[in-house]
Design a binder for this molecule. Sequence first.
Ligand SMILES: [Zn+2]
Length: 439
Amino acid sequence: MNSKAEPRIDWDALNEQATEWLSEYIRVDTVNPPGNETRAVEWLGSILDQESISYETYGATKDRLNLVARLHGDGSGGKALILLNHTDVVPFEREHWTVDPMAGEIRDGLIWGRGATDMKGMGIMELISFILHKRHQLPLKRDLVFMAVADEEAGSTYGAEYLADKHPELLDCEYVINEGGQGTVEVLGVERPTFNIGVSEKGPFWLTLRTTGAPGHGSVPTLDNAAVRLVSALERIATWDRPLIVTPEVMEYFQQLHDAGIVSDQPTESMLASLAEQHPRLHSLQTNSISLTTLNAGVKMNVIPAEATATLDCRLIPDYDPDLFMRELVEVINDESVEIIREFESSTPPSRLDTELYEVMTAAAKSHVEDALVVPSVSTGFTDSRVFRRKGITAYGFMPVLLGPMEVGRAHGNDECLSIENLRMGIQVLHETIRGICS
Ligand SMILES: [Zn+2]
């Protein structure tokens, strides 16, 4: 980055502002369901108003708006960079928290509350850098877009999917930076600051299985018991021996960890297979996984049920053809009377590693943390990046912080928090990244 042309920025003052904003943002109740993300849009909008930045809102209902603000570049650098963040958060069980999940408490160098890491914290990092561009009139060779979307935590019907459907022109861009890759102070149990760049996600493929049969008196068993047929089908699925599939991105992740001395053995398929045996997450990364998540049948002890249902949370290897998986599943179930309902699915190709933005992110992270590793990562979960990747747009998960033991793994859990230091690092690395790709 051409730092000479950049203005002096008071990072201390900025971090104080960011800390206050994140605390305030956490207090804006956008628990989804029901969402009410318009509250977040109003809150973000009031800050943009103060900064004299115009924005538009879009939404299917007045309670669930999305916000898009754009700073125009001269276009010489190509299409826009979108800073994507979702404004909703998942519900919480207050009794299991040691702090008020909605208070945005600041204590012990940490900002506490639902959304601190997923992902209001990153929303603030994006917002700050976006605002800096306006405040300092930083030159832009491409448009810079701040996009705050609703409903990510419940399938994005009112958020990214809504925009893709009703306002596809808003998604037109070259790059997206989103959640889905974050740093930690250790990797695979070895202490080493490691930034993950999310390049790929498994594809959700959510299914309901349904069987029906003749109901009757429990004293007279029939061969047509809906529950029994469902259980038999589930038994065949549970014992279905599926091959491990190692994608190039997963292999690259382990190769880079090997090159850095984190993993001693040269990664091979058999080495990854043995890791899969020890770590459920590493197993999931290498297979079309199936979790049985709900099971329902029957109304009374002595009544044979007329219907039984089960839901399966399947996650396909990135870019795996859902129709192919469906055919395999039907063959395994081997019972045509079992109805399979496709509830939700997404299959997207990975984003490439050989882009300018990937290089810029890597350089920005390393310039802040000298001995940092920056590795490509594949997520077992999914984010709104899918909406862009399926259009062939390069989208990366990049929350450039180094989560410590207090912060890691708290997303969707209890006592979610983000350190003030991480907020500061996130803002600076993200800003340097944006300058690198936009100036
Ligand atoms: Zn999230």
